[in-house]
Ligand binder design. Structure first.
Ligand code: HEM
Length: 398
């Protein structure tokens, strides 16, 4: 209690201040899975995510055939098989790969988009952010053979195609994907040609690795869609959300534009803490063979990332205020649980932060840039996540 009071005194914010843009839609629409035990404390949620006796929960994870772990998507694996898989993909997410390889793509796509924005004087922010996120994740995966913009359209359709009562954020996406496996254009127009190309001409990307390891076409599609879902959809929302906060807050935008990279990252991570993309992660405790009748609710946990990220015991006073100095003050990782924690911690977090920083830094330097139309806030029941659409920016033509 004393610590909380001390922090409140050191904070510059009104205790009732709430900077969240998605608090309303979250309260109205978010629904955790039936039978799950909600975990709202930061410390408890992190402990569960870090526990070696917890398994990935929901999304069909418990029914997924992982008998051939080498060919199963990374988020359904646990224990040694999961560690092995993470080790094989780690090289695509190193700081060196980001600096030497993905930065060039981020810069190229940003320059292309902002060139078009300056030419026409107007642009849709969510379309730009999806195009950028697709370009970067596609390069990591190796989906570089076909037309990117057409691929983005095909992916957008595939990923918004259905409503599923599955549990896990990524698992829900997986459910949609497998159901439409035979019908989606993406497979035939993008994945197949890429597989053919990488067979003849291997590169340093996920797809070339899968081809070399002898994955089936279906397993390759699933991997591609994992990255599409995990990397493209999330980053699309994050970029628009961060832009919206910065457009609305002159002082914050000034600080972002004048700050060094570290300060820019601190601002972005604080925005992500306030507005996490995934509302829930799920974990299941391994059944205890010594207990005959274990109730499901007791062993199936819904980690409520929003509540955990607002937990004063972890984030300090005025938890709903956007305070880029918060993480440094409480000596924590700035995005708190928005990228997860423990073994499944998002491998793409640095990629997402870098591309968002680079794009927004360039966007806010466009002469006359302003937000002409704020995004509509929607809610995806399938993903249990907000969706920001139809944000329009305008600028001086030149
Ligand atoms: C702002 C953007 C992003 C957010 C908010 C985000 C969030 C998350 C979260 C919360 C998890 C943990 C899931 C769990 O514990 O069950 C995760 C895992 C994952 N993310 Fe991200 N992510 C983002 C961007 C990316 C990018 C750009 C990529 C790749 C290009 C990526 C690839 C993955 C993969 C492959 C996993 C599964 C890891 C595993 O299960 O071991 N993510 N992400």
């Amino acid at each position: 209690m004393t610590a909380t009071i001390r922090q409140a005194h050191s904070s510059t914010f009104d205790a009732n201040r709430d900077d969240r843009k998605t608090a309303g839609i979250m309260a109205a629409r978010a629904k955790r899975e039936k039978g799950s035990t909600p975990v709202t404390s930061f410390a408890e949620a992190r402990q569960i995510l870090r526990s070696t006796s917890m398994k990935q929960g929901g999304g069909g994870a418990e029914h997924f055939d992982t008998s051939n772990p080498d060919h199963a998507p990374v988020f359904f694996l646990d224990g040694a098989a999961h560690r092995k898989k993470r080790a094989t993909i780690a090289r695509y997410f190193t700081p060196k790969a980001i600096a030497n390889r993905y930065h060039i793509i981020m810069e190229q796509v940003t320059a292309e988009q902002l060139g078009e924005l300056r030419r026409t004087g107007t642009g849709r922010l969510d379309l730009m952010s999806f195009d950028l996120a697709v370009a970067v994740a596609a390069d990591i995966v190796g989906l570089t053979v076909t037309d990117r913009k057409k691929m983005a359209r095909r992916l957008a359709v595939s990923l918004s195609a259905a409503f599923y009562h599955q549990r896990n954020y990524l698992g829900r996406l997986y459910a949609v994907i497998t159901k439409f496996f035979n019908s989606i254009d993406f497979f035939y127009n993008d994945v197949k040609p890429a597989i053919r190309d990488r067979r003849a001409n291997p590169q340093d990307d996920v797809l070339s690795h899968l081809v070399k390891e002898g994955y089936s076409d279906k397993s390759i599609l699933i991997e591609c869609m994992t990255y599409a879902a995990a990397g493209m959809v999330t980053t699309r929302e994050f970029i628009v959300m961060a832009a919206w906060h910065l457009f609305d807050n002159d002082a914050l935008r000034e600080r972002f534009l004048n700050g060094g990279e570290d300060d820019q990252f601190a601002i972005l991570q604080e925005i992500l803490r306030l507005e996490p993309i995934a509302a829930f992660l799920y974990r299941r405790a391994e059944a205890d063979p010594g207990v005959a009748d274990q109730s499901e609710g007791e062993s199936f946990y819904a980690l409520c990332l929003r509540d955990a990220n607002m937990d004063e015991a972890a984030v300090g006073a005025c938890p709903h205020a956007l305070d880029p100095d918060r993480a440094a003050r409480v000596k924590a990782n700035g995005s708190f649980l928005s990228f997860g924690d423990g073994a499944h911690f998002c491998p793409g977090s640095q990629v997402a932060l870098h591309e968002t920083r680079l794009f927004l830094d360039a966007l806010f330097r466009v002469p006359g840039i302003r937000l002409d139309r704020a995004p509509d806030i929607g809610w995806s029941d399938m993903l249990q996540s907000y969706e920001l659409r139809n944000a329009v920016v305008t600028c001086e033509r030149g």
